[in-house]
Design a protein around this ligand. Structure first.
Ligand SMILES: [Zn+2]
Length: 313
C-alpha cells in the first residue's frame, strides 16, 4: 500500500496527515501556523513531514496552500495572506526533506479530495466553493483537476458580481468574495445589529453586548437556535452563492457543486437559500437538467486528503 503525506497550510493551523490509497487518514498532526513568517512555515511543514515519516513509509508529499500556484505545482506566484512572492516552494522543501513534493492550491486540493473520497464520488464534473474568510474555488472536469493555462484557474472568489462594488484584496472591485464569504457574513451581521439593536438583541447577547465580537460561528449558532436576524444574514449570503453558481453553471455545467469551508457548517440554513437563488437565476431554467448543490463531507480534512492523493499521481 502506497502512503502519501498531505499538508494543509491554513491561516491558524498547519495540518499534516498520512493518507492511504483509499483516502483513509492513518495519522494526523496539527500545529499552530506561524501565519506570516515564511521561514517558520517551511520549518513547521518539514517538521510535520519528518515526524510522520519516522513512523510511516511515505512515498510523496502534497502541500495545499492558499495562493496562485504554477502549472508544474512547484512555485507559488503569489499568496494573499502569506509573504510568498514568486517562491519555488517545492525546491526549498525538497532540499530539506528527501521526498518528492508537489504544491497545490488549497481549494483545488479540497475539490479533488471531495471528488475522490467525499460527496462527489458519483460524478465526473464537480465545482467546489470553500466559504471561509474568502471564497476559494476548485474544479474537476471530466475526472481531471482543472488548472488552466498557467495553473491559476478556478479562482471563483474573484468573479466580478457587482460593477464598482466593494474593493477586494486582488486589486479589483465587486468580487464575489466580498459578498459571499464568511468575512462578508460577519460584516453584514455587525452592520445589521448596529442598525437595529432590537432585532439584533439575540446576536448582541451572544456577543456579550459588543457587535465587534460577532463572528461567523456565532452567527451560525444563533441561526441554528432560531434567531431571525442570524438566519436572514445566512440567507443573504446563500443568495449570493446561488447566483454565483448559476453564472458559473452557464459556463461549466458541473453535475454537482460542493459547498465547503467554515460557513458550510450552517448546512441547509445556507444551502437552501443558495438553491433557491440558483433555481431563479439559472439560464434556460426549467428546460435543462439541473445540478445539485451539496455540502462538503470531508470537513477540514478535504485539502489534506486531496493534496496527498494528488502527490501520489
Ligand atoms: Zn477579488
Amino acid at each position: 500500500m502506497s502512503l502519501a503525506c498531505g499538508i494543509d497550510i491554513g491561516g491558524t493551523k498547519i495540518a499534516g496527515g498520512v493518507v492511504a490509497e483509499d483516502g483513509t487518514v492513518l495519522e494526523e498532526l496539527r500545529v499552530e501556523s506561524p501565519a506570516t513568517d515564511v521561514e517558520a512555515i517551511e520549518d513547521a511543514v518539514t517538521g510535520l513531514v519528518k515526524e510522520l515519516g519516522s513512523r510511516h513509509d511515505i512515498s510523496a508529499v502534497g502541500v495545499g496552500a492558499a495562493g496562485y500556484i504554477d502549472r508544474d505545482r512547484a512555485k507559488i506566484y503569489f499568496a494573499p495572506n502569506i509573504a510568498w512572492r514568486d517562491v519555488s516552494l517545492r525546491d526549498e522543501l525538497e532540499e530539506r526533506v528527501d521526498l518528492p513534493f508537489v504544491i497545490e492550491n488549497d481549494a483545488n486540493a479540497a475539490a479533488w479530495g471531495e471528488f475522490r473520497f467525499g460527496v462527489g464520488q458519483d460524478v465526473d464534473d464537480l465545482l467546489l466553493l470553500t466559504i471561509g474568510t474568502g471564497v476559494g474555488g476548485g474544479l474537476v472536469l471530466d475526472r481531471s483537476l482543472y488548472r488552466g493555462g498557467f495553473g491559476v484557474g478556478a479562482e471563483i472568489g474573484h468573479l466580478r458580481v457587482v460593477p464598482d462594488g466593494l474593493p477586494c484584496g486582488c486589486g479589483n472591485r465587486g468580487c464575489l468574495e466580498q459578498y459571499a464569504s464568511g468575512s462578508a457574513l460577519v460584516r453584514e451581521a455587525r452592520a445589521a445589529v448596529r442598525q437595529d439593536p432590537a432585532r439584533g438583541a439575540g446576536l448582541l447577547d451572544l456577543a456579550g453586548g459588543d457587535p465587534e465580537r460577532i463572528d461567523g460561528p456565532l452567527v451560525t449558532r444563533a441561526a441554528q437556535a432560531g434567531d431571525e436576524l442570524a438566519r436572514a444574514c445566512l440567507a443573504g449570503l446563500g443568495r449570493w452563492i446561488g447566483e454565483g453558481i448559476a453564472s458559473l453553471a452557464a459556463v461549466l455545467d458541473p453535475a454537482v457543486v460542493v459547498i465547503g469551508g467554515g460557513v458550510s457548517e450552517a448546512g441547509d440554513l445556507l444551502l437552501d437559500p443558495a438553491r433557491e437563488a440558483f433555481d431563479a437565476q439559472l439560464p434556460g431554467r426549467g428546460y435543462r437538467p439541473s445540478l445539485e448543490i451539496r455540502r462538503a463531507v470531508l470537513g477540514n480534512r478535504a485539502g489534506m486528503v486531496g493534496a496527498a492523493d494528488l502527490a501520489r499521481r
